[in-house]
Design a binder for this molecule. Structure first.
Ligand code: AMP
Length: 189
């Protein structure tokens, strides 16, 4: 089973991804986590990505392709599938993913959109800033991340809905309830 998690920054994608992956033995592929790791380790790639991430903009598709390609090759045989979190983030990236999955002859089974009211995103992001200290979790940067989300990523909901893959979950609920809603969708899949 291969899944995509869609949703705005602060929707709880990372938290939900971890429990879904444990339950269904999926490999969590978070481009944000991979990039943050590169930044922490001060690799060449991390140096290229850091300023863009700090501004809340999207790093180049070349960098993303390199990361995803390597991650899939390294992990494909170890899991029942992948859970893509934070990728794809634009229609070009959705095309990139189609090509990559075609090459390894697998399909996306479901795309789960965690829908959260904008009014509660800021509170969640501020809480995460205290817990994790992410530099891009500031009110200022959140504005540009939301703008990027609305213009580039949200249109993917229609794209996957047309392919009959999209399932929407109310992400305003408590973590455990969101988790139950996602599990019911996946158990019925
Ligand atoms: P995230 O943890 O998914 O919120 O990602 C944090 C930051 O990493 C984003 O604001 C982007 O700067 C960068 N990033 C993560 N995933 C992607 C992606 N698929 N395409 C471009 N930039 C990304």
């Amino acid at each position: 089973m291969n899944l995509i998690l869609l949703g705005p920054p602060g929707a709880g994608k990372g938290t939900q991804a971890k429990s879904i992956c444990d339950k269904f033995n999926l490999c969590h592929l978070s481009t944000g986590d991979i990039l943050r790791n590169e930044v922490t380790n001060e690799t060449e790639l991390g140096k290229q990505a850091k300023d863009i991430m700090d501004k809340g903009e999207l790093v180049s598709n070349d960098i993303i392709l390199m990361i995803i390609d390597k991650f899939i090759t390294d992990n494909q045989s170890k899991f029942n599938g992948f859970l893509f979190d934070g990728f794809p983030r634009s229609s070009e990236q959705a095309e990139m993913l189609n090509k990559l999955l075609n090459d390894i002859k697998v399909n996306i089974n479901k795309v789960i959109l965690i829908d959260v009211d904008q009014s509660i995103l800021l509170d969640r992001i501020m809480k995460r800033k205290e817990e994790e200290g992410r530099l891009d979790d500031s009110e200022e940067v959140l504005k540009s991340r939301l703008e990027v989300y609305h213009t580039q990523t949200q249109p993917l909901a229609d794209y996957y809905s047309n392919l009959k893959l999209l399932e929407k979950v109310d992400g305003n609920m408590e973590i455990i309830q969101v988790n139950q809603a996602i599990n019911s969708i996946l158990e019925a899949a």
